[in-house]
Design a protein around this ligand. Structure first.
Ligand code: PRT
Ligand code: ZN
Length: 283
């Protein structure tokens, strides 16, 4: 049976579980458990620290994992990246005290840099012919300069708020990450079929994200104009109404430009506009 390793607690836990929910996999979300089984899909969920996920996937303890690309890159285990998942976005950056002048990566020559990502940092420094001391710290890297442990840090940044509140400024964005689905690449035929099903459902969840279903009443003579405003997946659905000369038009629109579309539709006389959430789109 397919086994997926996800973070037991932390930033990726909730969204990993939400993703399983979105693709219709029911999981007993008891975090006291180490291993649980989906009730309606051939899948076991193994809860782990994110640091350990690349390793358990690479050695086959789990066939799949959800983890930040940063951990995959840092740990260097042999795993396949199946797909990016669109959450947990962040970058790993070099940051220095904000009062320091910065004029390029040679700034770091001979400096001490605190980080939990020594391997990614080492590669970056080598590529730029910089020799620096890497101080490996596992938590609260951002306090290292103020504590006198290092001159600079190399750490995860998302909003940048943590850097600012520690008097630091981001000077090099080195590695961009998001949560990814990884695989051991050693799946049985049954497991491969389950993975295909997961990917199919993920794709449908991805397509339906940010989409709204819209329906409205229109005079028949403005239908052509309405279709130009609302290009649907194939073409919009048009149904006759009991009132003569009127019809109902149904379509799917991007939530991003919903209000602009609504205004244009009202201008051509659309009435009774109804906007609904889209749960799934299966192409
Ligand atoms: O216990 P476990 O080992 O499982 O968890 P962890 O503490 O190692 O990791 P966790 O839960 O903090 O993060 C898991 C993954 O989330 C990381 O490996 C990244 O892939 C991703 N991620 C996304 C982040 C952030 N955004 C993030 N902002 N991980 C950490 N941060 C930290 C950042 O270092 C900073 O200290 O959050 C702080 C706030 O960031 P700002 O820039 O928004 O202020
Ligand atoms: Zn961790």
């Amino acid at each position: 049976m397919l086994r997926i390793a996800i973070q037991s607690k932390g930033r990726l836990n909730e969204e990993s579980l939400a993703l399983l929910d979105e693709i219709g996999v029911d999981v007993d979300d008891s975090r006291r458990k180490f291993l649980s089984k989906a009730s309606n899909f051939p899948l076991e969920i193994l809860y782990m620290r994110d640091d350990d996920i690349p390793q358990v996937v690479s050695n086959g303890t789990a066939s799949l994992g959800i983890v930040g690309l940063n951990e995959v890159e840092e740990r260097g285990f042999d795993v396949e990246i199946v797909t990016k998942l669109g959450f947990g976005g962040c970058r790993i950056s070099l940051a220095i005290p904000k009062t320091e002048e910065y004029n390029g990566v040679q700034y770091f020559q001979g400096k001490r840099i605190a980080t939990s990502y020594p391997n990614i940092l080492r590669k970056f420094l080598e590529k730029n012919s910089v020799t620096a001391d890497i101080e490996v710290i596992t938590g609260s890297v951002e306090i290292a300069p103020a504590a006198g442990i290092a001159d600079a840090i190399f750490d995860i940044v998302s909003s940048g708020g943590t850097l600012v509140s520690n008097g630091l400024k981001e000077v090099e964005k080195v590695f961009f990450s998001e949560a990814v689905l990884i695989s051991s690449g050693k799946l049985t035929e049954d497991e491969k079929a389950s993975l295909e099903e997961i990917l199919f459902r993920l794709e449908s969840a991805r397509i339906s994200k940010g989409k709204k279903y819209i329906l409205m009443n229109l005079k028949e003579e403005v239908v052509e104009e309405a279709i130009k405003i609302l290009p649907a997946m194939r073409s919009p659905t048009i149904l006759p109404l009991a009132a003569k000369g009127w019809c109902s038009l149904h379509s799917v629109v991007d939530a991003d430009n919903l209000w602009e579309k609504v205004r244009q539709l009202k201008e051509i006389g659309a009435e009774g506009i109804l906007v609904l959430n889209v749960d799934k789109i299966i192409m």
